[in-house]
Every structure is written in structure tokens, then in C-alpha cells.
Ligand binder design. Structure first.
Ligand SMILES: Cc1cc2nc3c(=O)[nH]c(=O)nc-3n(C[C@H](O)[C@H](O)[C@H](O)COP(=O)(O)OP(=O)(O)OC[C@H]3O[C@@H](n4cnc5c(N)ncnc54)[C@H](O)[C@@H]3O)c2cc1C
Length: 375
């Protein structure tokens, strides 16, 4: 039976980034993915354009996650910030651009290029990726962990679970990691759909299906009291209401467990519409899962399990979720790198080698240059 330093379970956003980080540190690592191809959900991100992050300062980003997620993610986001993320992609050959609302995309506007970057990096950094590898068992053994797949067994000193949430199960995220975590002593916060539309009374959408309002402000009220606000797009769908302002509101409703809420939609022209949503759409359609491995059982400085030493988590398998705009990928990437950095330290690897050139020295001022400024 083979033995390696680190097995990363799940070849999605978090697992692929973890694999690259492991390669940067020179760890012997193996990424196991149950689907025949990695990154199925990554390819769907941002309408296949992949909204990688939001170009804002860490403090603001952490605030936007809200509690308790923001506090938990603080060490991870500070260690791999939105601007570091952009520099990491550029250093590895994919420049990013900042678009409306500070949303960051690959300059090619193609999620496929993000996935190709990851698989190229794994190849170049000698990290193995085994697809069609569904894990049947994950056991703690004397020397670390033993993983049994349909075809082989492998042992490792450390395991990083990056199997995602339970939304969009066709992409491979079906809740396996949470089940293993449970068996190893973890509690799992109940799953709720985050970033999804709401079903509403038929009269709300009557005669308006297909309408899109670009800029609305939504007050979320519980028992008549405002608890939060969101802004963005409001769309009337044939099954109810959607758009970023509404899906962001659904996450607040799920996170705060609001039972009797209404949405006060404020249009640009001053009109106001109050809607009492009947229910959120299914979790299978949600862009993110609220719920997962309980945060108080994971060390936020390392992503290591407090229940099972040597076991780490990254990404949506944890009870973390953020608003639309690249927050969820940022969380997946940052938690993945933080976990691998901690595992690297335990394997005697000091820290990530510099992956970007040092900043260029200011060129001397040249007379006659355009606008008299440096170019
Ligand atoms: C339609 C859509 C659009 C989105 N757009 C954006 C966006 O633009 N920006 C953004 O920030 N977020 C976006 N998100 C959210 C984002 O995709 C997720 O938060 C992110 O992918 C989570 O990464 P993850 O690695 O934790 O999980 P996933 O990306 O779901 O990856 C988990 C991986 O683990 C594998 N796996 C599961 N079980 C096993 C097992 N037993 N053995 C081996 N492998 C296993 C799965 O097959 C999967 O490949 C979007 C989500 C959806 C559904």
C-alpha cells in the first residue's frame, strides 16, 4: 500500500487550490475526485465566467461574510487576501480583471481557463490527481489515515477534506465529507439553502415573468423589524423571485433562521414592493450550502479538526457561506491554502516560496513623458 504526506479529498475549488499549495511546498500529495473530471462546479461559477473574488479590503470582506463566518474566516482571508488571490492567478499565467461591483474575473472571462490553470499547476508541481475515485472509507490508523476507494487503498500522514456542500449534487458535492466528519466525532450544522430564489404567491409574479430590475435595495424584515439589507438585481421567474439581491437575502434568512420574514423591495424610481416569500427553492438549486462541519470544532488558525488531529477541512464542507460576488470561491481558496500551510509546517516546510516577482522599482521620472507622470 502506498503512503503519502497528504491526501486531499475533493477536486473542486478548495481541493484544487490545496493541491497547488501542497505542490508549492514540495509536499507529496494526492487529490482524489469522485467525478470523472475535476472542478465541475468551478466551471459553472459566474455563468461559466468564474467570479473569483471581490476586490475589496479584507476587513470589509470579513464584515460582508457576517457572523459567525467572518470571525472564523479571518485568519484564512488575512493569510490569502483578495489581492493576493489576484496576484497568485497572474503569477501562474492568468491575469484577472475587476468589473462592476468590484467583482474579479479571469481576463478571458472563461471558468475553463481557471480549471486549466489548476490542473496545469498540479502537473507542473508533481501533485497527483486521481479522478473517478470515490472514497468508500476514511479511517484513522496509527501512522495517520487510511483511505479506501473502489480500486485502491492509500495511507497518508494528513487528510484534507474538501468535498464541498450539498447543493448542485450533480457536480459531485453530495455531503460525503460531512458524513466522515460525523463518524470521526464532528457535529454537522443543519443544511439550509443559501443563495437561492424564493417561491411566492402567484399574484406577485402575475404578468411580470421575465422582468429584470437591475438595481434594487432589499430590506429584510422579521416581525416588521429590519434585520439586514441587500442590493443588486431583482428578477421575476416563472416559479417565483430571484436575482442577486434576492439570493443574497435568502442567505441572510437561512443564516439567521428567520421564520416570518418579508422583503421590502425598493426600486430606483422610488417605488416599494413588499413580498412575503413562501419558501426558498430547493437546496439542490442553491449556489451555496448554509450548514456543514460545525465551526467551533475546527481551529480557524489551521483548519485542523479539534476532534481528530491530523484531519483538516477546507471550503464549503465547513459551515461557511458568503454573499454572491466571489466570496465563496475566496473562502474556498483561502481556507485551502491556510490548511496546507499548517500541514506543511508539520512536515517541516517553512512556508510558501514567493510566487510573485518583487514589486518593480519606481522608474526614474522622465522629462517629456505624457502628462509629466511616470508611465
Ligand atoms: C451555479 C453556481 C455558480 C456559482 N458561482 C460562483 C461564483 O461565480 N463565485 C463564487 O465565489 N462562488 C460561486 N459559486 C459557489 C462556489 O462554486 C462554491 O462555493 C465552491 O465551488 C466551493 O468549493 P469546494 O471546493 O468547497 O466545493 P466543490 O466545488 O463543490 O468541490 C467539491 C468536490 O469534491 C468532490 N467530492 C465530493 N465527495 C467526494 C468523495 N466522496 N470522494 C472524492 N471526491 C468527492 C466533488 O465531486 C467536487 O468536485 C457558485 C455555485 C454554483 C452552484
Amino acid at each position: 500500500m502506498g503512503k503519502t504526506d497528504l491526501i486531499i479529498v475533493g477536486g473542486g475549488a478548495a481541493g484544487l487550490m490545496a493541491g497547488c499549495a501542497a505542490g508549492e511546498l514540495g509536499l507529496r500529495a494526492l487529490v482524489l475526485e469522485r467525478k470523472h473530471k475535476p472542478g465541475r462546479k468551478l466551471l459553472m461559477c459566474g455563468n461559466s465566467r468564474c467570479n473569483l473574488t471581490t476586490n475589496i479590503a479584507e476587513d470589509r470582506m470579513l464584515q460582508m461574510f457576517g457572523e459567525p463566518v467572518g470571525a472564523f474566516l479571518e485568519p484564512a482571508i488575512r493569510a490569502f487576501t483578495p489581492s493576493m488571490l489576484q496576484r497568485w492567478f497572474a503569477a501562474n499565467g492568468l491575469k484577472t480583471v475587476v468589473k462592476t461591483g468590484n467583482k474579479v474575473y479571469p481576463h478571458t472571462d472563461r471558468a475553463a481557463d481557471v480549471l486549466n490553470l489548476f490542473t496545469d499547476q498540479l502537473r507542473d508541481k508533481n501533485v497527483s490527481l486521481a479522478c473517478s475515485s470515490t472514497i468508500q472509507a476514511l479511517e484513522k490508523v496509527k501512522s495517520g489515515f487510511r483511505i479506501t476507494t473502489d480500486n485502491f487503498e492509500v495511507e497518508s500522514s494528513y487528510v484534507l477534506i474538501a468535498t464541498g456542500g450539498v447543493s448542485y449534487p450533480k457536480t459531485g458535492s453530495v455531503g460525503d465529507g460531512q458524513e466522515w466528519a460525523k463518524r470521526l466525532g464532528h457535529s454537522i450544522a443543519t443544511y439550509r439553502p443559501g443563495l437561492v430564489g424564493f417561491e411566492v404567491e402567484p399574484q406577485v409574479i402575475k404578468g411580470r415573468v421575465g422582468k429584470i430590475y437591475d438595481k434594487v435595495l432589499v430590506d429584510i424584515l422579521e416581525d416588521g423589524t429590519k434585520v439586514a439589507e441587500t442590493r443588486g438585481v431583482y428578477e421575476i421567474e416563472k416559479w417565483g423571485i430571484g436575482g442577486t439581491a434576492i439570493t443574497d437575502a435568502s442567505r441572510v434568512v437561512a443564516r439567521q433562521g428567520l421564520k416570518d420574514c418579508s422583503l421590502l423591495i425598493k426600486f430606483e424610481n422610488g417605488q416599494i414592493e413588499e413580498i412575503r416569500p413562501l419558501r426558498p427553492r430547493s437546496i439542490k438549486e442553491a449556489m451555496v450550502t448554509v450548514g456543514g462541519v460545525a465551526l467551533d470544532e475546527v481551529d480557524p488558525r489551521t483548519m485542523e479538526s479539534k476532534k481528530c488531529p491530523g484531519l483538516y477541512f477546507a471550503g464549503e464542507v465547513l459551515d461557511i457561506d458568503g454573499p454572491t460576488g466571489g466570496y465563496n470561491l475566496q473562502a474556498a481558496f483561502s481556507t485551502a491554502r491556510l490548511a496546507v500551510a499548517a500541514i506543511g509546517r508539520r512536515c517541516g516546510k517553512a512556508g510558501f516560496p514567493a510566487w510573485e516577482p518583487p514589486p518593480k522599482k519606481d522608474r526614474p521620472f522622465k522629462h517629456g513623458s505624457r502628462h509629466g507622470s511616470r508611465k
